[in-house]
Ligand binder design. Structure first.
Ligand code: B12
Ligand code: SF4
Ligand code: SF4
Length: 393
């Protein structure tokens, strides 16, 4: 069977994957227990799809009883520059490395289909392929297959590719010998946890997704709670801080795949330009990008938080232009941004001209709130337009 593994490995590398490993189609019951504890504590926030798929997620055999082997695959999306440099440029929006070009779901799915089709034809077996959106615990499976270990930030770290592997899997009915799992090389390092701007890494190997900027800017459907807004800085889509500071990145290689290299300007885009996007312009700009999934309103919500953190009164006009936006998510953050950029008199004047015509209770509360003040009750209620998560669509 080792020749079969060698042939599959060679084919996967040819298909563009950087790392390949084999594991039995089962998880350590401890993983299911941890997933259960995470969900029971509500740490997944409004990603309700995580809880509704709990049984399948915790056990590959529930997802597909006939599966015997998981072929875990990693695609290298390593950046060729410092991914955190953009954080110093407060007039620009920081888009995380994974989202600076094509949607990796599409890129990986194509390569996985090619590989899985070849395996099915060559070895007369059944196959199913997954990337991100299926109820599969991809990191524990990849760790079991020897691709790396789950670091203290919970993501998979590879000794060869550092933090920068996307994960995908081919499940198959073929029984293949397992590879040795990787051991944990975090040691006494705690850099990722120290670097987290919002304290989302509550303990080593533990995350509170509700505090994670990646969740807040991508998955969270509602208004962004006050306590996180300043910490977000200019991060408008995802966050790379815990990934980028990992010392294992010194061995990482920049990705050679054009699909993951940012087109000029995609890593650092002017906030004013983004704040002016209407739905059609947003869709056209991000047609093949993962950003499209978040939708224009949530994206602009994030952009306005960044404008509020810019310390640049020159950006106030971009926020003012959004005060009559059709989305309450956008209007609320436009108000917050203006409260931070304008002097008290100018803000009071705007409030007088807008408060009476503002119908949304949350936005009205923003107009009345002290910009530096704590969360107020009205601001913590869930956004009424909130719907089911889309990541698993
Ligand atoms: C939900 C999700 C998120 C959520 C929650 C993050 C998380 N760590 O769970 C949010 C939106 C925050 C997120 C953010 C990001 N994500 Co994400 N995400 C997922 C998804 C869909 C499921 C992960 C999952 O099962 N989480 C549940 C937790 C419980 O499981 P776990 O993370 O494996 O944690 C284990 C332990 O650490 C422990 N544990 C963790 N927290 C806690 C808390 C308690 C109380 C307990 C008891 C145990 C416990 O339990 C688990 C089992 O042992 C996967 C795709 C997939 N289907 O697997 C992608 C995935 C993990 N994401 C990915 C990426 C790239 C990111 C970001 C880097 C994107 C970005 N730049 O903004 C960030 C990184 C943030 C971070 N530090 O994790 C990649 C990671 C690749 C890799 N090399 O590891 C994946 C695998 C997608 C892919 N196919 O490539 N993501
Ligand atoms: S992605 Fe950012 S906010 Fe989320 S855990 Fe990592 S450093 Fe913290
Ligand atoms: S930064 Fe340090 S603690 Fe965090 S994943 Fe990397 S090695 Fe582990």
């Amino acid at each position: 069977m080792h020749e079969v593994k060698d042939a599959i490995r060679a084919h996967a590398l040819e298909a563009g994957f950087a790392a390949v490993g084999f594991a039995p189609a089962q998880l350590d019951p401890a993983q299911a227990g941890d997933l259960g504890a995470f969900l029971d504590r509500g740490l997944h926030g409004d990603m309700a799809w995580m809880a509704t798929t709990r049984a399948r997620r915790a056990d590959p055999k529930v997802l597909w009883p006939d599966a015997r082997t998981v072929i875990a695959l990693g695609a290298n999306y390593g950046p060729d520059d410092d991914p955190l440099a953009v954080l110093a440029d407060r007039g620009a929006g920081a888009i995380s490395v994974y989202a600076r070009n094509r949607d990796y779901h599409d890129v990986l799915k194509k390569a996985l289909k090619e590989l899985a089709g070849w395996i099915a034809r060559t070895y007369a077996c059944e196959v199913k392929l997954f990337v991100d959106t299926a109820p599969v615990m991809e990191k524990p499976l990849a760790a079991q297959a020897g691709l790396g270990w789950q670091g203290k930030h919970t993501n998979l770290v590879s000794r060869r590719f550092g933090s920068w592997l996307f994960l995908g899997e081919v499940f198959t009915t073929l029984a293949l010998p397992a590879d040795a799992p990787e051991r944990d090389f975090c040691g006494s390092c705690d850099r990722c946890r120290q670097a987290c701007p919002t304290g989302a890494l509550t303990a080593p190997y533990r995350i509170d997704a509700r505090r994670c900027i990646s969740y807040l800017t991508i998955e969270h459907k509602g208004h962004i709670a006050r306590e996180f807004r300043q910490a977000m800085g200019n991060r408008i889509y995802g966050c790379d801080d815990c990934l980028a500071v990992c010392p294992w990145n010194k061995f990482a290689e920049a990705s050679e795949d054009e699909a993951y290299r940012p087109p000029p300007g995609r890593g650092a885009v002017g906030l004013a330009e983004f704040a002016s996007l209407d739905d059609a312009a947003f869709r056209s700009k991000f047609a093949r990008s993962p950003i499209l999934r978040t939708g224009r309103d949530r994206f602009l919500r994030n952009v306005l938080v960044a404008i509020g953190n810019s310390d640049d009164p020159g950006l106030a006009s971009a926020a003012m232009a959004r005060l009559d936006d059709t989305s309450a998510l956008v209007r609320a953050m436009a108000v917050w941004a203006l409260a931070r950029l304008l002097d008290a008199n100018a803000f009071a004047q705007l409030r007088r001209s807008h408060l009476d015509t503002e119908a949304d209770a949350y936005v009205r509360a923003e107009w009345r709130a002290d910009p530096a003040g704590p969360e107020i009750d009205a601001l913590t209620r869930p956004f009424e337009g909130a719907t089911e998560g889309t990541l698993e669509a």
